[in-house]
Structures are given as C-alpha cells and as structure tokens.
Design a protein around this ligand. Structure first.
Ligand code: ADP
Ligand code: ZN
Length: 435
C-alpha cells in the first residue's frame, strides 16, 4: 500500500492543486515585484505588472530567469527578504561554471525538508528506518536536504556525508542501514566495493536507495538494484529551487512527481521560449510558489525532459517529469551531431559493461574526435584479453547505431577510471581548451 507523508496534498484533486497554485502565485508575484528590484526591472521591461497575474495560466506572461541572471545578480541581487530573516545559504556544486548562492528563511527550509520527507516516505521510509545519508554535506544541497527530510520522517539518520567508503560500509553493516541516499555513481561504487569485500547483496539490510543530483540511466538503475539488493528511487532538484525534493519517484518508478503545491513546472522550446503542450520534450522551467528568501520565477533549468499527467498507480496526483537525461549544456555537438553522455552509458550497460567510463572529445585537423574509455570488470578482464580488439569494434558499432556517429572505444584495465563520491565527471572536452 502506498504511503504518503502529506496525503491531503500529495493526493489532492487537480482542482484543489490548481486552487492552491493560483492563490500562491498571485501573492508570490507581488512579493517578488516589491522585494526583488532585479526581477521588477525585467517585468517592467516586458510591460507586466503583478495585476496581470491572476492565476498560473498567466505565468507565461512573466519574463524568464536564466543562470546568467543569477550570475549577474550574485550574490544578493535576487534576495527576496531582509538578510536578517535568512538563516542559511547553500550553493551549487559548480558543475557548469560559477557557483550560485541560494538563501533560505526558516520557513523555506521547513518546506524543503518536507519535500525530501515526501520522497523518503514514497521510497517506503518510516520512523523505523535507518537512513544513511552519503550525499555531501556543506554547501551542496544533497546532504542537508535529505538529512532534514529523514529527521521529519523520524528515521534514525546517519549523517555520513560522501567519501570514506570503508566507513560507509562499516556503519551500513553495524547499524543496519535500511535506506541509503547518495548520487547514483556513488551508489554504484559502494556496490562495487561491497562485492570486492566479499559481501552478497542479501548481506546488508538495505531496502531502498534515493539517488539523484546527476543523470542516470534505467540500465544503471538495474545494476545498482542488483548490486545492493534494493529498489532504487530517483530524486531531482537544484539549488536554485531549494535542492533535492523538487520531484521524486514513487514505487511505480516511471517518472518523478513534482511537488506542485510548491513548484509550478513548464516545458518550453529552448530555442524560442514557447510553452509546449503536455507530453512534449523540452526545457524544464520552474516557478517557486512560496519561497521567501530566493523566490525565482520562471527559472530555466536547462534540464531536458517531458511532463505527464497520466494517472499514477501510487495515488499521487502531482504531475510527473521524466528522468532528465542531460542538460542542454551537457549535450555534446560532435561533427554536427548531438550526443548526450547518457546515450553512451545506455549502450555500455546494455552490452554488459560497467558504468565506469570517460568520454574524451577533441578536435584534430579541424575534425571532432570522440573517444570512449570503458573500464573492464575483473571478470571481463580475464575473459577478453585475447579478443579485445573485436570487443572494441563491437562496442563501436553499437554506439554508431545509437548515436549516428562512430566513436573510438578503448577498453581499459579494471580500476583505472576514477570513481566518484559525488557527481561523476564523465566528459572531458578538450576543444574548449583550444577555443
Ligand atoms: P550544479 O548546477 O552545480 O550541478 P546543483 O547541485 O544544484 O548544481 O545541481 C542541479 C542539477 O543537477 C540539475 O539542474 C540537474 O541537471 C542535475 N540533477 C539533479 N537531480 C537529477 C536527477 N535525478 N537526474 C538527472 N539530473 C539531475
Ligand atoms: Zn506515483
């Protein structure tokens, strides 16, 4: 049976959710217009006033905010309240450029932690669980967000932070962790280390994992589920909108429910900015409906995904987003062809390889080159030494079919590609160095 942290909201009717959103957006736009001069200016330039916004249907009249705006307004330009009302900052991991600093009032933190609590309960969490949080703590939102959510659910919380894998495993075993929260790449690494130490999946007490902060494929999910003996749930969020918990997966595992009472989601055409109908693939845009300290309206995430309102068997009514399979700025354009690292990962795992890989892009004699280094598992290593070239050719062919261009594949020895304890670095693009 499905469990909910806040059933009245999570299963509310569409009409009820719209009523909540409409009420909140009117207030929120006023709040921003009166307190954030940076955004007021953008609204003035577009000729929109708070009176024009009467419901969420009117959100499309508002100007967009981009990461560039956040950089320009750094550090205080988008603050929505007096600093004396703020109790915390968090910051992006800086995957793409200069860090963003986000501010929180106590109320912002409470609502954020409630969102994370919803995710933990959706993964089967109760106050009887032992929740091991091995996302990084500190400026990164992963650790603090899930830590707060775990407290709200009443789990025994293990604030491990990331790294020190030996100790992670010792605590997991000694304290009987039942839920683990970290990046999918770190989960894969922990699974690999457990195996090396001779543990079988059934030797741990884990039942669920809550993994996010980076793109991961269905193939990787299956691998992690098998290696840890758990059900693996996706969770999504970004510092700009609070952190993890903007959306989360339920037991159906077919997309993440967006917490619509706090965030209004749109999908737009990244080229034209036009709002696309439900079911279209495009860039995800969020409006925070009740954030006080860092109230972003129409923030362009650059994450590419699809929204659906197909009814969900879990009983939750909130709209679902598909796994974002890369940001618009993760996309590599190689010899004119669009390539997402996640496509390469899907081929590797489908062909029986591990998710330990590194993509290298360069430009030689004015032609783009794409090299994919793929690590062999110890078993594969002893199997394939004789026909390594044939294996490489086979992988190259499978990738050419998927991508439309042919990479050069290099099978490399076990343990030669660096493991990640946080967000994995999968791509080195040397073309940028020449530009
Ligand atoms: P940074 O932009 O420095 O990575 P954040 O830590 O705020 O800063 O990361 C937010 C981004 O991480 C999202 O915009 C998205 O691209 C990615 N992300 C977060 N959760 C997921 C997820 N479950 N699946 C895919 N990508 C995710
Ligand atoms: Zn559901």
């Amino acid at each position: 049976m499905a469990n909910y942290y806040q059933p009245e909201i999570e299963t509310a009717s569409r009409e009820e959710i719209l009523r909540i959103q409409n009420e909140k957006i009117v207030k929120q736009v006023k709040h921003v217009y009166e307190n954030v001069p940076y955004y007021k200016k953008l609204m003035d330039e577009k000729g929109v006033t708070p009176d024009d916004i009467k419901s969420v249907d009117d959100i499309k009249k508002l100007p967009f905010l981009t990461k560039n705006d956040l950089r320009e307004a750094y550090p205080y330009g988008l603050l929505g309240t007096d600093l004396k009302n703020c109790v915390r900052i968090q910051s992006t991991s800086g995957t793409t450029g200069k860090r963003v600093v986000a501010f929180y009032t106590q109320n912002d933190i409470d609502l954020w932690e409630e969102c994370c609590a919803r995710a933990i309960v959706a993964a089967g969490g109760t106050n009887e669980d032992v929740c091991q949080v091995c996302y990084g703590y500190g400026l990164f939102t992963g650790g603090p967000g899930l830590n707060g959510g775990s407290h709200k659910v009443g789990c025994l919380t293990l604030p491990m932070s990331s790294g020190n894998t030996e100790r992670q495993i010792q605590f997991m075993m000694d304290l009987g962790s039942t839920i683990i929260c970290c990046t999918p790449s770190y989960a894969a690494y922990i699974g690999e280390t457990l195996k090396e130490k001779g543990y079988k999946p059934e030797d741990n007490k884990l039942k669920a994992g809550i993994f996010g902060a980076e793109p991961w494929t269905e193939e990787m999910r299956r691998d992690i589920e098998a290696s840890l003996g758990i059900k693996a749930y996706d969770i999504y969020g970004l510092t700009e909108t609070s952190g993890p918990g903007v959306s989360f997966e339920c037991e159906e595992q077919t997309g993440m429910h967006i917490n619509e009472d706090h965030f209004y989601a749109e999908i737009i055409d990244p080229e034209t900015g036009e709002v696309l109908p439900e079911g279209s693939k495009g860039e995800l845009v969020f409006t925070s409906l009740d954030k006080e300290a860092f109230p972003l309206l129409r923030y362009r995430t650059r994450d590419i995904c699809v929204l659906t309102r197909k009814p969900c068997s879990c009983g939750r009514t909130h709209v679902k987003m598909s796994k974002p399979m890369g940001r618009s700025d993760d996309m590599l354009i190689i010899r004119g062809v669009n390539v997402f690292p996640s496509q390469i990962e899907a081929v590797l795992l489908n062909e029986g390889y591990s998710a330990n890989y590194l993509i290298e892009v360069d430009r030689v004699n004015n032609t783009d080159t794409l090299d994919v280094n793929v690590e062999l598992t110890p078993e594969q290593f002893s199997d394939v030494t004789s026909d390594i070239q044939a294996k490489e050719k086979a992988l190259e062919a499978a990738m050419r079919t998927m991508l439309g261009i042919g990479p050069k594949v290099h099978l490399v020895n076990p343990k030669t590609i660096q493991r990640s304890e946080g967000k994995a670095v999968r791509v080195i693009d040397r073309r940028k160095l020449h530009d």
